[in-house]
Design a binder for this molecule. Structure first.
Ligand SMILES: [Ca+2]
Ligand SMILES: [Ca+2]
Ligand SMILES: [Ca+2]
Ligand SMILES: [Ca+2]
Length: 438
């Protein structure tokens, strides 16, 4: 008997077959070639394995045994409409809907509605007008609105939820004067007041700033709060790498770029945070902070935006207290990992890294290595320790991820689902994994 499988699998329900498939993937080490197989091939492998184990290789065909993946894929569209995605209960029916650029998709049928006039773009030749999407109730009227960050360096906009009335949503400019730069703006609570902010570069002023959403009902004014000097690093419209996390463990989250970090002061609305130089590696996308090796010093995780590479940067301190950063490679299997999320997706108490290929990041050109690789979406199972590990699990190989994606429980079953939008389309991956016990 193969470990992890029981005779009860011989009469599999859909749910059971999903578990079998999870266990099958976890039992074998896939070669690079196998990793590039189509998902159909993999399903067949799972079926063949099942046949060999339970039917002696006989009397078993694809038509009689169904398998499915640990994530159920919902295709909202295969058109390229946005490289960012956001979620929220748009129509207040209790179900979480999906927004991607000019459209929102109504759960559970994913009927498409227009937020504004939109059209699909050509993934081989075009960029969309929607790079990152965030959702919040901007004007505090208790209806979820959509924020769109467009081509790097342009002004952000938000669309006001029309409260179930017909027609397009009213468009508002966040700030005429702020060019939202750096290619990985974060939508994250910078000052710890419980309301999310836009953390980005102002590529016109060449400053790191955060934009605070209106705080009083009916207001549409976003406050621009600079934290760096003018002409700071990481502030070009096409700069790569930005994150928020507590590097020095003083309880306040600091702002991180690949060449250093700004130390958050007690009052995070103050300008001129102290900058500390640090070598945090190559151009990357979102940057995350955690103590991977559990030595009491926080480390930094990042993934390459346009090449291959996922890394953790170990914070090391010498006897005099001087800090250095040692780079460790986690994976070089997926190129163009232009967005990531850090969240415990398997429920074992450890935050996992989810990332995917920003398919055709620079269109159908050979600018980026691996442009024509399968568009993989994967999660890396994190086990902390002196030698921390991140084991790759594939979610899908014909989607990937865009410039930002969602990893939250959108079906309200306690499992973290994944929602992506990129040049492959818009997809929901419903988490059907069995939860691991802690
Ligand atoms: Ca609103
Ligand atoms: Ca701090
Ligand atoms: Ca550490
Ligand atoms: Ca985990």
């Amino acid at each position: 008997m193969v470990p992890g499988l029981t005779a009860s699998n011989a009469f599999m329900s859909d749910q059971d077959s999903e578990v079998l498939t999870v266990e099958y993937f976890s039992m074998i080490n896939l070669s690079v070639k196998e990793k590039n197989q189509t998902m159909c091939d993999r399903k067949n492998n799972a079926i063949i394995l099942f046949c060999l184990i339970f039917a002696g290789g006989n009397a078993c065909s694809q038509s009689t045994v169904k398998t499915s993946l640990p994530f159920k894929k919902h295709t909202l569209t295969t058109e390229f409409v946005s490289e960012g995605v956001a979620i929220g209960d748009i129509n207040k029916d209790g179900k979480i809907d999906v927004m991607a650029g000019p459209f929102w998709f109504e759960a559970p049928t994913w009927k498409r509605h227009e937020i504004t006039t939109g059209k699909p773009f050509d993934p081989a030749k075009e960029y969309s007008t929607s790079f990152l999407n965030f959702s919040m109730d901007v004007n505090l009227d208790e209806w979820t609105d959509l924020i769109i960050v467009g081509f790097p360096g342009t002004s952000g906009v938000w669309y006001e939820n029309p409260k179930n009335s017909e027609g397009h949503w009213q468009k508002h400019i966040i700030s005429d004067t702020v060019g939202i730069g750096n290619e990985s703006p974060n939508f994250i609570d910078v000052d710890g007041d419980g309301r999310k902010d836009i953390l980005c570069a102002d590529s016109k002023a060449k400053q790191i700033v955060w934009l605070r959403a209106p705080t009083t009902k009916g207001s549409t004014t976003w406050e621009r709060i600079p934290i760096s000097e003018i002409n700071a690093p990481g502030t070009d419209r096409f700069s790569h790498g930005l994150g928020l996390g507590d590097i020095n463990k003083d309880g306040r989250k600091d702002i991180i770029i690949k060449s250093g970090w700004w130390e958050a002061p007690v009052d995070r609305t103050k300008p001129n945070w102290t900058f500390h130089s640090a070598d945090l590696g190559e151009d990357c996308s979102h940057m995350h902070v955690l103590d991977a090796d559990q030595d009491g010093l926080n480390d930094v995780l990042s993934a390459s935006a346009h090449k291959y590479g996922i890394w953790w940067h170990q914070q090391v301190k010498d006897a005099s207290g001087n800090i250095a950063w040692k780079r460790h490679e986690i994976s070089k299997n997926i190129s163009q990992t232009h967005s990531s999320n850090l969240i415990d997706i398997n429920g074992d108490g450890h935050p996992d890294l989810i990332t995917g290929k920003r398919f055709f990041a620079h269109n159908d050109t050979d600018t980026d290595p691996g442009t024509h690789d399968p568009a993989v979406l994967a999660w890396f199972e994190f086990k902390p320790g002196t030698n921390p590990s991140w084991k790759q699990h594939e979610v899908d190989n014909n989607s990937g991820a865009g410039l930002n994606f969602i990893a939250e429980d959108i079906t309200n079953d306690g499992q973290i689902d994944i929602v992506i939008s990129n040049k492959k389309g818009v997809y929901v991956f419903e988490n059907k994994m069995k939860k691991k016990s802690r």
